[in-house]
Design a protein around this ligand. Structure first.
Ligand SMILES: [Zn+2]
Length: 297
């Protein structure tokens, strides 16, 4: 379930790059949620993007939630990443029907639909979370994310995300990169970057050819050099717990818990992110109602 991420700067300090390899993480998401290939592609890109966005923060407790709201078969994807490389995700339609474009590639843009939104929530565990959003450009996620960074965070950004499959539909390669220009980037650097990106084959093809994320970073920054390298581990894992589920129940309030006892006898809560089931018996629910707690009303 582990992935890898590297981040660094161009030698002239004008460009920051993040490159992630998320193959096992996306494969884990595929088996956890029983994803069809197009759903795995869409959610895999979202997981990869979120994992890099989580690592953009230097704040220990910060969490980044990346939401893609679509208008076609895929209506909602949610990936949550923290600044330690942990990512969890779910989507509304794990078995979206595979559709292909004219090149025979899975057409994620159509499955999501252009009439949607990309929403980013940065929660540092205090005060109000920061929320930014913008309309989807293509539904392909990489372009949409680049547009989001440019529009909502005033940060010129290039994004590439890729997921490919082996013969038995398991995830063969998954990964991505995000390149961001810092405020004083010169025209010369921009032109160099544009020409580097133009000549690059798709990311999954580069993985197929055996390139490491370090070598891919080197290609993106060809002619600019690579500095301040940092390397991190990524993990696809859920942080749900019985205690968190209990808090979710408590937040429903006494009346609602009583109604559950009367109607269902017990409460079964399922975590969206990992499908783990939590069952609270009548006795446990009654204890929640009777416990002195200011949240309850
Ligand atoms: Zn969970």
């Amino acid at each position: 379930m582990k992935g890898k991420l590297i981040t660094g700067m161009s030698v002239n300090r004008e460009v920051r790059i993040y490159v992630a390899q998320t193959t096992e993480m996306v494969e884990n998401a595929r088996t956890t949620h029983d994803l069809s290939p197009i759903s795995a592609t869409a959610l895999g890109r979202t997981i990869t993007a979120a994992s890099m966005m989580g690592m953009m923060s230097k704040i220990d407790k910060e969490k980044v939630t990346l939401q893609i709201k679509g208008s076609n078969e895929i209506k909602l994807m949610v990936a949550v990443a923290d600044s330690h490389g942990n990512v969890k995700a779910y989507m509304n339609n794990p078995q979206a029907v595979n559709i292909f474009d004219e090149h025979g590639k899975l057409d994620v843009g159509t499955a999501i639909g252009k009439d949607g939104k990309i929403i980013v929530i940065r929660d540092i565990g205090m005060k109000e979370p920061f929320l930014g959003q913008c309309n989807l450009v293509s539904g392909e996620i990489a372009e949409d994310l680049a547009q989001y960074f440019a529009q909502s965070e005033q940060q010129p950004t290039a994004v590439s995300l890729g997921v490919s499959f082996g013969k038995d539909a398991h995830v063969k390669y998954a990964g991505g990169f995000i390149v961001q220009l810092l405020p004083e980037t010169t025209e010369e650097t921009i032109q160099q970057l544009e020409s580097n990106l133009k000549g690059m084959p798709p990311l999954t093809q580069q993985f197929e050819e055996g390139l490491t994320i370090m070598q891919i970073a080197g290609q993106v920054l060809a002619g600019l050099g690579f500095d301040e390298l940092e390397e991190y581990e990524l993990n696809y894992k859920c942080d749900c717990s019985r205690e968190k589920m209990e808090n979710a129940l408590i937040s429903l309030g006494k009346t609602e818990i009583k109604a559950i006892i009367d109607e269902e006898g017990e409460a079964e809560l399922v975590c969206h992110f990992c499908n783990q089931k939590y069952i609270f018996s009548e006795l446990e629910l009654t204890a929640l109602i009777e416990a002195p707690n200011e949240v309850l009303s």
